[in-house]
Design a protein around this ligand. Structure first.
Ligand SMILES: Cc1ncc(COP(=O)(O)O)c(C=O)c1O
Length: 481
């Protein structure tokens, strides 16, 4: 039997004719109106009946044959395909009324979590460098040179672009006193992926991990994704101290920010850092050292990394170009003890494959040609000025209302503001056009001191003055309520 009803299609000029014909025929077949084995008229006939070109018809029929709606029998014609009587669209019952598909326990916890805020680029948003001061012209010149290299269009390797790893190893050895060679470095998608990789490769579900309290919530979340049991180690304004470490522990990992505690800003003294290394070696605990912004120290020289303090350190060192260059790069790095390189590489391959080559090659050249060190030197001066300005504003306008927690600062500063609802205060501050993070949000369990963390790198003088005035009036408003 042959199909005769194709004449009935009402074609319009809003959509490609081939697409309309495809939709009409696939609809007839999948809804069971045209049954298996029916023969279609010849393509020439369809074309003349519909007043369209034969090429359009053959292209639509070709696509329908490729997808199984139709089947072509050489020498005989085109027929309706098989199997649609048991594969009707109405037979697919998906209960859209349920709120969520079935999620894992972790998925459920993510669904309950508040959405990350929309304050990503406001003055005082944490972790954003001064993007206006980034040497965009030099960067673009290097990127243009690199993008002409055909070698960078293909695959390269999961470990990361070798010239970048070489340049980075040189920089880390000299500037951060990290003991490493390029073969120990894995280039990651930001430090965030580095933390996730550590969790994935080292932790079994439900195992214990020690975290600084207060501490970086991004690290806690990455660890919790693996169902880690987090145990808080309390840290105060002076940084982590060995007396806060448990004498015995079953924890496999401890996440630390020894050179500049996140977020309070304390710096572990050299003897304390050696005690931490000794404790980790004795208790068999891996230390994940997140060296997120140590390039920016304003009292003397940057503090050397924990990793390089001993030749036998149980440390997985990580860093990122998010703060030293710009966050949208999404390039971070891990420096691993050699035996860990292979499993981490395989995990990286399975997680997201290679990191983008063009960006890696541009960073490599940026370091090799000295732009990186120059930029860091300039940013150290600039951020120090901003920090001094902000500190002076705080001293003069927030005296008696708020106290800065630590003497040191990288790109942010924490204020303790006793007695306020800091979540509400930060919400109001963001509504007024400023960024910031409530101090209490960095704590797990127990008493949560109140205050606000302010990132000052991404602010100008007028914004800092306006921000501190705004904060002053918001704190006073809360005190009056
Ligand atoms: C302490 C700390 N570690 C890691 C990261 C993640 O950095 P990345 O952008 O490289 O993923 C951040 C981001 O702000 C951070 O503050």
């Amino acid at each position: 039997m042959q199909i005769a009803e194709l004449k009935g299609i009402a074609l319009n000029s809003e959509e490609a004719l081939q697409r309309q014909l495809y939709r009409y025929i696939s609809g007839r077949v999948s809804e069971g109106i045209w049954r298996e084995g029916l023969r279609l008229p010849a393509s020439r006939k369809i074309a003349s009946e519909l007043g369209i070109s034969r090429n359009t018809v053959t292209a639509a029929l070709g696509q329908l044959c490729a997808e199984g709606y139709l089947s072509s029998r050489p020498g005989s014609g085109i027929y309706v395909g098989a199997g649609f009587d048991r594969a009707h669209p109405d037979a697919v019952h998906w209960d859209k009324s349920c709120e969520l598909p079935e999620l894992s326990a972790y998925g459920l916890s993510l669904a309950r979590e508040a959405q990350a805020g929309g304050d990503k680029q406001l003055p005082f948003t944490l972790g954003v460098p001064d993007l206006k001061a980034f040497p965009l012209r030099a960067w673009n010149r290097l990127q243009r040179q690199q993008q002409n290299r055909r070698r960078l269009l293909g695959y390269d390797g999961y470990q990361g672009f070798e010239p970048l790893r070489e340049a980075l190893a040189g920089y880390l050895r000299v500037s951060r006193q990290v003991r490493c060679s390029a073969s120990q470095i894995i280039i990651t998608q930001g430090a965030q992926q580095a933390i996730s990789l550590c969790a994935q490769v080292l932790l079994d579900r439900g195992e214990e991990v020690l975290v600084e309290n207060p501490g970086y919530s991004g690290a806690r979340r990455a660890l919790q994704a693996l169902d880690a049991k987090l145990t808080a180690v309390n840290v105060d304004a002076g940084g982590l101290t060995s007396s806060a470490l448990p004498a015995q522990t079953n924890a496999k990992l401890m996440y630390v920010t020894p050179s500049h505690h996140y977020p309070l800003g304390g710096i572990m003294s050299a003897p304390e850092r050696l005690r931490l290394l000794d404790w980790a070696a004795r208790t068999g605990t891996w230390l994940i050292e997140d060296d997120y912004d140590s390039e920016f120290h304003f009292h003397g020289h940057p503090i050397a990394a924990l990793q390089g303090m001993s030749s036998q350190s149980p440390v997985l060192y990580m860093g990122s170009f998010s703060k030293t260059l710009f966050p949208a790069l999404r390039i971070g790095y891990l420096v691993l003890p050699t035996p860990l390189v292979a499993p981490f590489l395989n995990a990286k391959q399975h997680m997201d494959g290679e990191s983008p080559l063009l960006q890696q090659a541009t960073v490599a050249q940026f370091i090799e040609e000295g732009h990186f060190q120059r930029h860091l030197r300039q940013m150290r001066v600039l951020y120090r000025e901003k920090w001094l300005h902000l500190s002076a504003l705080i001293e003069s306008r927030l005296a008696g209302l708020a106290q800065p927690v630590a003497e040191s600062a990288g790109m942010h500063l924490v204020l303790r503001i006793p007695g306020v609802d800091d979540v509400e205060l930060t919400r109001e501050f963001v509504a007024a056009g400023f960024g910031g993070t409530p101090l209490s949000s960095y704590y797990i369990g127990g008493e949560k001191p109140r205050g606000i963390a302010l990132g000052f790198a991404n602010s100008d003088a007028a914004q800092r003055a306006a921000g501190i005035e705004c904060l002053r009036s918001l704190i006073k408003d809360q005190q009056r309520r």
